[in-house]
Design a protein around this ligand. Structure first.
Ligand code: IPM
Ligand code: MN
Length: 349
């Protein structure tokens, strides 16, 4: 019995989470997977009502769960950063979910803005470090609000955090057909932090002679992702660069409507979410494509060891996308959130 904490949170989060469970329920029944869910009312509305973001007692409950399934975080009436740092990033940090795993896969039937590129060209996975870098929240102000104001925002890299991320990426690369790992950094400018990444990559890489090792500066990586996405198999990168290149990745795989992710602690509790945000202006309109959230539920099942169930969810997603019945996956596709969920659920085999 898997115990899953559910955090629908803000904006369109609850709508896509509902479709995720619509599909998960069917797949779980079919493959004899048992799970129970515990719903948590966290997010912007709760914060505005009670001032609470993530009570310590709730965080402790999460430590006892098998997985967390999250919709989206971000509320138009709450200052940017409050919920992001207080809820989403706090969960990632406190639960030490040190990997943010983001597959960039163009499924057949999905349109990519890249001319002359198809599913055989766009199939890689980004391993984003998820607990350090500029996200560590180290910094401060001096003389705030004065003309002599100084703001410092540090990027923090530890040998331990760098090494465990790079090793995880090598382990994934080892299991893939192409066995190629590209490290993306800016070591030509960030000559301290990213020097640590370069040295760690070389050292850990010695343990993986069967994995082809490549390197790209992050700016060039953005160019190659558009020009030659077929070069990438597994990409490992820092937290901030991983954030940025995976939005680009989402676009080349067909948009935010399909991009799923897992915040992984291989030894602890992991959290699965679509990478799109809360899209407040579409709240309650039943127009957001739920495929990313559904695919995240599939990733969660695989992570929990329910590989058949997870693969069945992915297969249903692939069939739904290939059917052409989901339109262009945008808010103007003419296909509602609930209809899209119904379709995917009906295709689970
Ligand atoms: C993401 C998001 C978050 C991030 C925000 C909401 C804090 O953009 O999951 O990519 O920057 O990691
Ligand atoms: Mn992001």
């Amino acid at each position: 019995m898997h115990r899953i904490a559910v955090l629908p949170c803000d904006g369109i989060g609850p709508e896509v989470v509902a479709e995720g469970f619509k599909v998960l329920r069917v797949a779980a029944d079919r493959y004899g997977v048992e799970y129970e869910t515990v719903d948590y009312d966290l997010g912007g509305d709760r914060y505005l009502k009670t001032g609470e973001i993530l009570p310590d007692s709730v965080l402790d409950e999460f430590r006892g769960m098998d997985a967390i399934y999250l919709g989206s975080v971000g509320h138009p009436d709450v200052q940017a950063g409050v919920l992001e740092k207080g809820l989403l990033l706090r969960l990632r940090f406190e639960l030490d979910q040190y990997i943010n795993l983001r597959p960039i896969k163009l499924y057949p039937g999905v349109e990519t803005p890249l001319k002359d590129k198809g599913p055989e060209d766009i199939d890689f996975v980004v391993v984003r470090e998820n607990t350090e870098d500029m996200y560590a929240g180290v910094g401060g102000f001096l003389r705030k609000g004065t003309p002599h104001e100084v703001a410092v925002q540090e990027a923090v890299y530890t040998r331990m955090g760098t090494e465990r991320c790079i090793r995880y990426a090598f382990e994934i690369a080892k299991t893939r057909d192409r066995k190629k790992l590209t490290m993306v950094d800016k070591s030509n400018v960030l000559t301290f932090g990213h020097d640590l990444w370069v040295r760690t990559f070389a050292e850990v890489g010695e343990e993986y002679p069967d994995v082809e090792q490549d390197h790209a500066y992050v700016d060039a990586c953005c160019m190659w992702m558009v020009k030659n996405p077929e070069w990438f198999d597994v990409v490992v990168t820092t937290n901030m660069f991983g954030d940025i290149i995976t939005d680009l990745g989402a676009m080349i795989q067909g948009g935010m409507g399909v991009a799923a992710s897992g915040n992984i602690n291989p030894e602890g509790v992991s959290m699965f979410e679509p990478i799109h945000g809360s899209a407040p202006k579409y709240t309650g309109k039943n127009v957001i494509c739920p495929v990313a959230a559904i695919a995240a539920a599939g990733m969660m099942m695989e992570h929990l060891g329910e590989v058949e169930c997870g693969k069945a969810i992915e297969a249903a997603v692939i069939k739904a996308l290939g059917s052409g019945k989901l339109g262009d996956l945008s808010t103007r596709s003419g296909v509602s959130t609930t209809e899209a969920g119904d379709l995917v659920a009906s295709l689970v085999e």
